[in-house]
Design a protein around this ligand. Structure first.
Ligand SMILES: [Fe+2]
Length: 313
């Protein structure tokens, strides 16, 4: 692992949408998150199995956008150290480190990444009282990972490895189109973040971990029976060895149910480059629908309106 790593884990993904009620109903109903705090036009959603105060924030806005993605560091001093490091490297901070007024409090700051997404770093957030998810209980245990589209994915990968000390776990490549996705880790989990090559800056997907294979399949079936648009799956990827079922949320953001994402021995790990046109790379089980242009279009999402625009809260 990089010895200057300060980020410990992914905390939450924050979305803004026009049809607030529909979005909240989807995530609290079928998707299985719990509403923990409300403000006017903002709702914070937790996973019952996670100590995070919330893993998704939904904010009402006229325009759909990704508000931010949030990562944790161990201590307020680490937040200060990371802010200093970013400032020294010329990264544009949106806010300086200070007390936060979101659920659980804590100490944090925000900045723009290379593509203009807002990233939040925090420490000292009060843990949420959580519980063990029971066998066959098909609700998310926690947020697993977030994947971002970037017009220059290699440059964004380099930015996250240089400034935030993410490590490259694996790469997906196409024989003619070149490298298409970079899996990045900030702890032994194979990836907490991935950067996909896309036509514009946008959210590719957010992934939620279920308890195990059985719970993942029950959850997948619940979404299918409810008529939620399935984009791809069910299947099991080679990179990360995790299962996948991708669905569209009411605003066309792709969300994933996953489980059994690989934990690496970081000292021994050597990154692979996988040819994702090989069926066993994208879908080891052979159960998913074939990759087609519709899947690609869905995961490109719309160009994000939040590029270099900080969210209002
Ligand atoms: Fe994923």
């Amino acid at each position: 692992m990089p010895d200057d790593r300060l980020i410990t884990h992914l905390r939450h993904v924050d979305l803004a949408v026009p049809d607030f009620d529909k979005q909240v109903d989807f995530y609290t109903g079928l998707w299985g998150l719990s509403r923990v705090a409300d403000d006017s036009g903002v709702v914070f959603l937790a996973a019952e199995g996670s100590p995070e105060q919330y893993i998704v924030r939904i904010r009402k806005d006229e325009q759909k956008r990704l508000d931010l993605i949030a990562f944790g560091v161990a201590t307020p001093a680490d937040a200060d150290a990371l802010a200093e490091r970013l400032l020294a490297a010329g990264v544009q901070l949106i806010t300086r480190p200070g007390a936060m007024d979101t659920p659980g409090g804590g100490y944090g700051f925000r900045f723009f990444d290379l593509d203009g997404r807002t990233v939040e770093i925090s420490a000292g957030v009060e843990p949420r009282r959580h519980r063990k998810i029971e066998p066959r209980e098909s609700i998310p245990v926690r947020l697993s990972h977030v994947v971002l589209n970037s017009p220059d994915a290699a440059a964004t990968r380099d930015w996250y490895t240089r400034h935030l000390s993410f490590a490259l776990s694996d790469t997906l490549a196409h024989p003619h189109l070149g490298e298409m996705m970079y899996f990045l880790r900030c702890n032994p989990q194979h990836h907490s973040l991935a950067i996909a090559s896309g036509p514009h800056t946008s959210l590719h997907h957010a992934s939620f971990e279920l308890r195990g294979i059985d719970e993942y399949m029950f959850g997948t079936g619940r979404l299918l029976r409810a008529g939620i648009r399935k984009i791809w799956g069910p299947g099991r990827h080679l990179a990360g060895d995790n299962t996948f079922s991708y669905f569209a949320d009411p605003h066309g953001n792709t969300v994933e149910y996953t489980t059994e994402l690989e934990q690496l021995d970081e000292d021994a790990w050597h990154p692979h480059v996988y040819d994702f046109t090989q069926p066993e790379v994208s879908d080891q089980w052979g159960t998913a629908n074939p990759i087609d242009e519709i899947i690609a279009q869905e995961t490109f999402n719309e160009p994000d309106r939040g590029v270099f625009v900080p969210p209002p809260l």
